[in-house]
Each structure stands twice: as C-alpha cells, then as structure tokens.
Write a protein that binds this ligand. Structure first.
Ligand code: DC
Length: 221
C-alpha cells in the first residue's frame, strides 16, 4: 500500500502581504492545520529580550536557541487548528506582537543556527497532519518538495496602510530589506510558486483565488 504523506501548502511573502489572514482562511476551508512560522521567530526574539541576550550577538542568540525549552502544541479555536511553539510551557501570544519584538526579530532570523533549528522544528509540524504554513522560506527551504507554493505581495503603500489600520506603526521596508538580504534562506519567490499581488484585492478574493489554485493542483479523487 502506498503511504499517504500529509500535504503542505507553503505561503510565503513580504510583511503585511496578507499571509496570516489568508493562510487561516485557507486552513479553515480545507480543514488543515495552520502554522505561523513568523510567530516562532518572534518567540525566540521575545525570549532573547527577556533573558537579556543581545540580539546582535549571533553566538549568544544561537546559544539561546540551542538551550531554550520548547514544545510544539496543536490547539483548536473557532474551527481552526493551529500550531503554537511553547517556551517553558508558555505561548507569548501578545508579547510577540510588541514593537520591540518586531524590531528584534529580523536579527535573530538571520542567524544560520537559528534557521536550522527552525527548519527542523517547522518540519516536525507534519506530525499534526496536512498544513498551511506561512513564512518567508517555506517553499524555498522548509518544504521545498511541496507542489503547493504561493507567494503573496502588495505595494509597500498598501502594506503600510494595512499595518496602520491594525494599529501597528512599523518600518516595513527596513524589515523586508533585512529579510531579503540575509545570507541564509532569504525571502525570495520559490521556483514554481504562484505569485499573487493582492494590493487591490480583499482577503475573501485572495483566499478564493488561493483555494481555486490549490484545488487545481490536487490529484483527482
Ligand atoms: O511574518 P512575521 O512578520 O510574523 O515574521 C516575523 C519575522 O520572522 C520576519 O521579519 C522574518 C522572520 N521570518 C523568517 O525569517 N522566516 C520565516 N519563515 C518566517 C518569518
């Protein structure tokens, strides 16, 4: 009998391009598990700030990542199953969205040993079943073997307006630049990824397009 491997839908893209909203809509529609990999990097950034680890000190960050006590957990809320990375049994849901965490995250995300740890941990999420995983390097690096690759983008003005509407004031251009220029697994469009620029689209339209494309890729039953 042929073993059935879980499906991974990789959703990459720039900051505030609608990855989270659309990944959740798609995961809900398909009954898949949602994974926010940015939250994992943010959790490490928050942990470093908590433990007074200098986020500009690559070795210190790598050492924190080697020794922190974490666990993957899958929870269900409002019909959506999602994976959380717990650190010392705690999920810092609010703390990871604070401006100081956002400012620190691209530094920890540039550390090669951190990226290796994240890749392994993110691949381990497959234990929970079919996934919709959003991030910056899912199609290029974490699950390069998947056939389901998407890249979301929108104009900088539109993305900035979206963050402002969420009450978050952030220099997105600076973070995008750091994410795109780091040496290891930089943000880029995966080979074969379908690019969707959703500047003029609602999330209902974007997720409908994603679902249409995903269904086209699924083998006929
Ligand atoms: O998606 P987000 O804004 O929560 O991501 C936070 C940061 O984490 C982002 O600036 C870059 C980093 N990140 C990454 O390098 N690779 C991923 N797969 C996800 C996020």
């Amino acid at each position: 009998m042929k073993t059935k491997h879980p499906i991974v839908i990789a959703l990459d893209g720039t900051s505030a391009s609608g990855k989270s909203t659309n990944a959740k809509l798609v995961a809900r529609a398909l009954g898949y598990v949602y994974v926010d990999t940015g939250a994992m990097y943010r959790t490490l950034a928050w942990y470093c700030l908590q433990k007074r680890v200098d986020v500009n000190d690559e070795r210190a960050v790598a050492s924190a990542c080697r020794t922190w006590k974490t666990k993957l957990d899958c929870v269900e809320k409002d019909g959506l199953r999602s994976v959380r990375l717990l650190v010392e049994g705690y999920f810092p849901e609010k703390e990871i969205r604070l401006p100081q965490t956002a400012a620190a995250v691209a530094h920890v995300a540039a550390v090669p040993k951190v990226r290796a740890w994240m890749k392994k941990t993110q691949r381990d999420c497959i234990q929970f079943g079919n996934l919709v995983m959003e991030g910056r390097d899912i199609g290029t690096n974490v699950f390069p073997e998947t056939d389901y690759k998407f890249y979301l983008d929108a104009t900088l003005a539109e993305r900035t307006a979206r963050r402002t509407a969420d009450g978050v004031n952030e220099n997105l251009a600076a973070r995008d630049q750091r994410d795109s220029q780091r040496a290891v697994a930089p943000l880029m469009i995966a080979l074969g990824a379908k690019v969707i620029n959703n500047s003029a689209m609602t999330s209902a339209q974007t997720s409908a397009l994603l679902l249409e494309e995903i269904r086209k890729l699924m083998p006929a039953k």
